[in-house]
Write a protein of this length. Structure first.
Length: 178
């Protein structure tokens, strides 16, 4: 029997309360691929652009063809996302009861929660280069929600904003297994 996915480990019995399509995406019996579309809005402040570059976030666009490939290996998950052909890759693993994600030069610690079948990610800690802690209060505007829409698609809504800088990125869309 395969080990539980990172998300199943962190959510414990809460994993059973996810909507079926969200649970399916996170079950990960092997490499999986999902396809759909998304909209990406990027912040305009010069520091917002620098932050987006540091996290290797994709450029903005409307109705972007989106592919997400998920792989689990050695207690970690690697998500490779392509938004309109532009890649964004991150690695995630459990860390002290939270989800730790490495995205470009930035490492996030998220507290995961399930509410009404949706999965929410709330930022609890951030490090630059994995070693330099940044004030967690700066990152209260970094959140993600995964849910199911009326058509049964997996949906995502991820946004990042910082005090004084404003929006960094907001990307949202829907996917189906491929």
């Amino acid at each position: 029997m395969a080990a539980a996915s990172v998300f199943a480990q962190l959510l414990g019995t809460g994993f059973q309360h996810l909507s079926p399509i969200v649970a399916r995406l996170h079950h990960l019996d092997g490499p999986t691929q999902w396809q759909g579309q998304c909209v990406i809005e990027r912040g305009r402040h010069p520091l917002a652009r620098l932050c987006a570059w540091a996290a290797r976030l994709p450029p903005g666009g409307q109705a972007l063809a989106t592919t997400v490939t998920l792989q689990r290996r050695a207690g970690q998950e690697t998500w490779t996302r392509h938004f309109g052909g532009v890649p964004m890759r991150s690695t995630m693993w459990p860390w002290q009861g939270r989800l730790r994600e490495r995205l470009g030069l930035v490492q996030f610690d998220f507290q995961l929660a399930v509410q009404d079948g949706a999965l929410t990610w709330n930022t609890r800690a951030v490090r630059l280069l994995g070693i330099v802690p940044l004030p967690a209060a700066w990152f209260a505007g970094v959140q993600c929600t995964e849910a199911a829409d009326e058509q049964g698609r997996y949906t995502f809504d991820a946004r990042a904003s910082l005090p004084l800088i404003g929006p960094i990125v907001h990307y949202r869309g829907g996917l189906l297994p491929h």
